[in-house]
Design a protein around this ligand. Structure first.
Ligand code: KIV
Ligand code: ZN
Length: 551
């Protein structure tokens, strides 16, 4: 890297807009959405989608609620053309969905694009040409006037062919490509020249799409550019101002959100942000960002996992684990303090009484988008006892008493540390079983019977001690008190029971009860034990033996 980057790179000249209005606004409703997955997204794939993959993704986008879908660049290849034809001839697009076709300002390509759209119910014809100084100089070697002429010619060729699409409701769209790197005054000039040809009205608007083709500045600069156009272009009320951001500086979402504040009506993007280089704007993120503020995004991501599965299969791309909302780890907390706070937040939420979601660390309820609480917490060596307890409870209905969590948490963490990886809920349960339930030495239960008379419970315990049979009787005001008494008559050092609780295990192979016991020895040491049995009395006896076996 250069010691002095200013030798090679220069700052971006901001738009002069001292009375900008967008910073004082808030978003209150969803924009119009247009998915460009099948065009911008597709053209950025190492192996572009075949027709059946495009069809499947198209269906998924429709199901999600997209009403405008850029289906391709029909004049660019036979696959693109045939795909468009199949959508139309096989009647695959619902009546309220616009099929958008991109085309450059070339007559032969415009001709072919029209052929591809014959019979469509609703079609958006999307004309673009590049307008920035670098594109004018390097790519086209054209002056501003020549660039305007290209746009006007393209617009005219489209205008002349409109009668060919009888029976099709047509909307026209113009994109001054590389808008964000173009002088705003020139964007106005070229766009108004196109408007002069298409003559949009408030009743028959055209879409003016203003692409951040390559992010060249901070998102506030893009917002200023959008507000400048909204305020200075003629016949604003005859236009649908559309945003189309890419992600070169990793602020595609921010640029879009600020662009909406700046007055835009419509957003183009892709699901999960696929697209050239660093990708297009991720529509899922912008839509769910609105959702988390209580605004209906008008797109349905109730089963985001299924959508992601279709996307990955069709495009061959993968969604990174930290991708907002969709990533595998988004609803996973590794840190103990996060786990603890989430657990408390979820408990409060489940108890009801709060109108609005306010669970620490979780921006939205994962279940709203088809994710499960079960995915929320995994345990690694950094996890605290809260995470361990949460997982045992949420996955297996094992509700460890608070103090027992303090004992088992470090035991589990040591084991996870030794394994050097995160563990699943099932592994955690197996650790718990090994530590408490499956201990059979020195004490093992062979039989336990009780009888009660006049409030006194008498027990008869048949046990193995280091594999040797031992029997004793005891009495007390309950089965456990009788058992403790019996142990003392058999010469076992005195101990008392300082905690007892039990609950049914929700389901599964145990279909049983689990009992938790804490014993306190005469020297002050305490130990926890747990026992499982279909008979709750036997579960509690096993829990006592478990605590003794761990002493
Ligand atoms: O990024 C871009 O500028 C485009 C245009 C064709 C709209 O994809
Ligand atoms: Zn693009």
């Amino acid at each position: 890297m250069l010691k002095d980057p200013s030798q090679k790179y220069r700052p971006f000249a901001p738009v002069h807009l001292p009375d900008r209005q967008w910073p004082n606004r808030v978003l209150t409703c969803a924009p119009l959405w247009c998915s460009v997955d099948l065009r911008d997204g597709n053209q950025a794939l190492a192996v572009p989608m075949n027709i059946s993959q495009k069809l499947e993704l198209f269906q998924t986008l429709v199901k999600c609620g997209f009403k405008e879908i850029e289906v391709g660049f029909p004049s660019a290849s036979n696959t693109e053309f045939s795909f468009n034809r199949r959508l139309i001839e096989e009647n695959r697009a619902p009546g309220d969905v616009w099929l958008q076709a991109l085309v450059q300002a070339r007559e032969d390509l415009i001709e072919r694009t029209f052929e591809s759209l014959v019979g469509a119910k609703k079609a958006i014809i999307h004309l673009y040409n590049s307008t920035s100084p670098a594109q004018r100089r390097v790519v086209f070697g054209m002056s501003k006037e020549e660039i305007v002429r290209v746009a006007v010619r393209g617009a005219t060729w489209i205008q002349e062919r409109l009668p060919r699409l009888k029976g099709t409701e047509v909307m026209l769209q113009y994109s001054p490509e590389s808008f964000s790197a173009t002088e705003v005054e020139f964007t106005k000039e070229v766009s108004e020249a196109v408007m002069e040809v298409w003559k949009p009205t408030p009743q028959r608007k055209m879409i003016l799409n203003l692409p951040d083709t390559v992010e060249v500045a901070m998102p506030n600069v893009y917002a200023d550019q959008i507000e400048w156009i909204c305020r200075n272009i003629r016949d604003r009320d005859s236009l649908i101002i559309s945003l189309h951001t890419h992600n070169d500086r990793c602020t595609g979402v921010a640029a879009t959100e600020l662009g909406l504040l700046a007055g835009a009506d419509r957003v183009e993007g892709t699901i999960f942000g696929n697209g050239e280089r660093t990708g297009n704007l991720d529509i899922v993120t912008v839509a769910l960002n609105l959702y988390m503020h209580g605004i209906d995004p008008k797109l349905d991501f109730s089963d985001l996992t299924a959508m992601l599965e279709v996307y990955e299969r069709c495009t061959g791309m993968t969604v990174p684990p930290r991708q907002p909302y969709a990533g595998e780890l988004v609803f996973t907390a590794f840190s103990g303090s996060h786990q603890d706070a989430i657990k408390k937040g979820l408990t409060e939420w489940e108890r009801g009484g709060r109108q609005h979601w306010d669970v620490p660390y979780l921006t939205i309820d994962p279940t709203d988008i088809g994710r499960e609480y079960r995915e929320v917490i995994r345990v690694n060596s950094q996890s605290g006892k809260g995470g361990v307890a949460y997982l045992l409870e949420s996955e297996f209905g094992i509700e460890l008493p608070k103090e027992m969590q303090r004992e088992f948490g470090p035991i589990a963490n040591d084991e996870v540390d030794r394994l050097g990886r995160e563990v699943s809920g099932a592994e955690l349960k197996a650790m718990f079983w090994r530590e408490y339930i499956e201990r059979t030495a020195p004490w093992q239960l062979r039989g336990f019977e009780t009888e009660s008379r006049n409030g006194i419970v008498r027990c008869r315990a048949r046990l193995l001690r280091d594999d040797q049979p031992i029997e004793f009787s005891g009495e007390g005001n309950g089965p456990l008190a009788a058992l403790v008494h019996g142990f003392s008559t058999a010469g076992v050092p005195r101990f008392e029971i300082t905690h007892y609780s039990e609950h049914a295990l929700s389901s599964g192979e145990e279909a049983a009860a689990i009992a938790y016991i804490q014993v306190k020895h005469s020297d002050g040491r305490t130990r926890w034990g747990a026992g499982v049995d279909t008979n709750i009395e036997l579960a509690s006896v096993k829990a006592v033996l478990s605590a003794l076996n761990r002493s």
